[in-house]
Design a protein around this ligand. Structure first.
Ligand code: ZN
Length: 73
């Protein structure tokens, strides 16, 4: 039994250096300074908001959200 937990990766937000976030997302956008970096939820959303609509469209989950938006009747 080992008490030492293996450290696989340093899960740290590239923007705010938050290490306590358990979930980091891989952000990719050619026009963002945060291209190809791990961002926490908050920074990811901030970086995402700065993208143009065209760039946002490249993100599958964004498209899905728009499509699944309930249609007003
Ligand atoms: Zn962050």
């Amino acid at each position: 039994m080992s008490l030492i937990k293996p450290k696989l990766l340093t899960f740290m937000c590239a923007k705010c250096f938050n290490e306590k976030m358990d979930k980091l997302a891989w952000f990719v956008s050619k026009n963002s300074i945060w291209n190809e970096s791990f961002l926490c939820r908050l920074c990811f959303h901030k970086a995402f908001k700065q993208l143009t609509n065209n760039e946002k469209g490249e993100w599958a989950f964004y498209d899905n959200r728009r499509i699944s938006k309930p249609v007003r009747q």
